[in-house]
Design a protein around this ligand. Structure first.
Ligand code: GDP
Ligand code: MN
Length: 425
């Protein structure tokens, strides 16, 4: 049923797991331009060389020697805290001052100029519900320049610094190894699918977006100084106050990834994704990672069908450790998947791609499910069931709309596989 070719094409545009395993891997193109990044350690260009499966903190990007992440106003020495310290009244500073103990973190939004007003609504909501207490920065990326109007209104809406970046063109374009005519043939097949339309079947920009979010955003220069990110999209909504610093929670728990909603993917968008993923694991002698009790492979792997079960973290809400995303281990898998051109010949979403990689690389306990955060990205809602949680956090959502236990949610399943086997249903 797959429209993806099953044989290795003569022009080597397509990697076939059984017949094209020796195809050379493209080198990591980190696209880092600034001089300070010149010592970037490249991932092995041959994935055959990768035999370590232990998650590691070894980074593609050298650790930044950044000082404590302090807010700009402090760095300027013009705010109250500095003045108090100057006059030997240091003890007057509340020990829990969030501006001092914040994590090195930022919100991250990929968006278009036309998203401005739905974005402003979302920013106001995130600021009111969370960020007005902490003043974390916001990084906005776009494949074209943001307009002055956009920059003015958005900067005015956030309580931390607002940073606006342009995506390098090579991170947002069809790779030269893609046969564009062939891509359009596959797109037409997807558009005219007899079982009904596949979402975004006809969109090339959506494919750029999914590839960028899978393997490039964390390499953008505006994100290099940060260790944690929280992805936000125009139009999403928080339903409850978040009084604790979730970035600090990520840091203190040493979580590599956090999510709220999880669901199942449209199989038609990823007919070959798992085949290639599995091929990568076999080629690198890491196939044992698919049946491994110490990682999250059970979250994605249906052993009875020897196939992907379609579960994925919904990436429109995600918190993550950027150093982990910048690790060799993550990027070597991304690069392999990208080299198959499945982002374009099929329509691989960043959510299933990210989820597959995380599920084999991360150890149990390294992924946090934020179950008490009320959140909506249409059409799904997470709403805390507990009335006391909703009262305490002034939630405005209807618990009857909570998505967690629906059959097409994977969150209940995540909870189940996160437990040691003996405690499971
Ligand atoms: P969906 O959630 O899968 O339906 O996809 P969205 O349309 O919400 O896109 C996901 C994210 O990528 C959102 O933050 C969008 O604003 C952003 N996005 C999607 N397409 C583009 C694009 O062509 N250019 C830019 N700059 N951002 C995009
Ligand atoms: Mn969206």
């Amino acid at each position: 049923s797959s429209s993806f070719p099953n044989t290795c094409s003569s022009n080597q545009n397509i990697v076939n797991p059984s017949r094209c395993s020796s195809q050379e891997q493209r080198n990591l193109n980190l696209g880092l331009q600034s001089e300070s990044q010149s010592e970037v350690e490249l991932a092995p260009s041959k994935f055959e060389n990768v035999d370590s499966h232990e998650p590691s903190t070894k980074n593609v990007i050298p650790p930044q020697n950044s000082p404590l992440p302090i807010h700009n106003s402090q760095a300027n020495g013009n705010d109250n805290i500095t003045k108090i310290a100057d006059s030997n009244l240091t003890m007057a500073i509340p020990p829990q001052n969030p501006a001092i103990s914040r994590a090195n973190a930022t919100f991250y939004v990929l968006c278009r100029n036309t998203d401005l007003y739905s974005l402003l609504e979302t920013i106001q909501n995130y600021e009111d519900r969370f960020n007005r207490q902490f003043h974390y920065d916001w990084v906005f990326l776009n494949d074209v320049e943001f307009t002055q109007e956009f920059i003015k209104l958005v900067t005015n809406a956030v309580s931390g610094d607002a940073k606006f970046g342009l995506i390098p063109q090579e991170h947002w374009s069809i790779p030269s190894t893609v046969d564009v005519d062939l891509m359009h043939q596959y797109m037409d097949l997807m558009i005219n699918d007899p079982d009904g339309s596949v979402p975004y079947a006809d969109s090339v920009s959506y494919r750029h977006m999914c590839r960028f979010e899978s393997g490039f955003f964390y390499r953008h220069e505006l994100l290099l100084d940060y260790k944690y990110y929280w992805r936000v999209e125009p139009g999403v909504k928080l339903y409850c106050d978040i009084s604790n610093d979730v970035f600090k929670e990520m840091e203190e728990g040493d979580y590599k990834y956090g999510f709220s909603l999880s669901t199942i993917e449209y199989p038609k968008t990823i007919p070959s994704l798992f085949k290639y993923f599995k091929h990568y694991l076999f080629e690198t002698k890491q196939d044992h990672l698919l049946l491994n009790d110490t990682n999250y492979s059970e979250f994605i792997y249906d052993e009875s069908k020897d196939d992907y079960n379609m579960c994925h973290f919904w990436t429109n809400f995600e918190l993550g450790n950027l150093d982990f995303l910048r690790s060799v281990e993550y990027n070597v898998i991304f690069e392999y998947l990208d080299s198959t051109n499945g982002f374009y010949y099929e329509r691989w979403g960043d959510a299933p791609v990210r989820s597959l990689i995380l599920s084999v690389l991360l150890r149990k306990g390294q992924i946090k499910r934020f179950s008490e955060i009320g959140y909506k990205h249409a059409p799904y809602t997470q709403c805390p069931i507990s009335e006391s949680v909703r009262l305490q956090n002034r939630c405005s959502c209807d618990p009857g709309e909570d998505f967690t236990n629906k059959w097409y949610s994977c969150s209940w399943y995540f909870d189940n596989v996160s437990l040691p086997k003996i405690h499971r249903l």
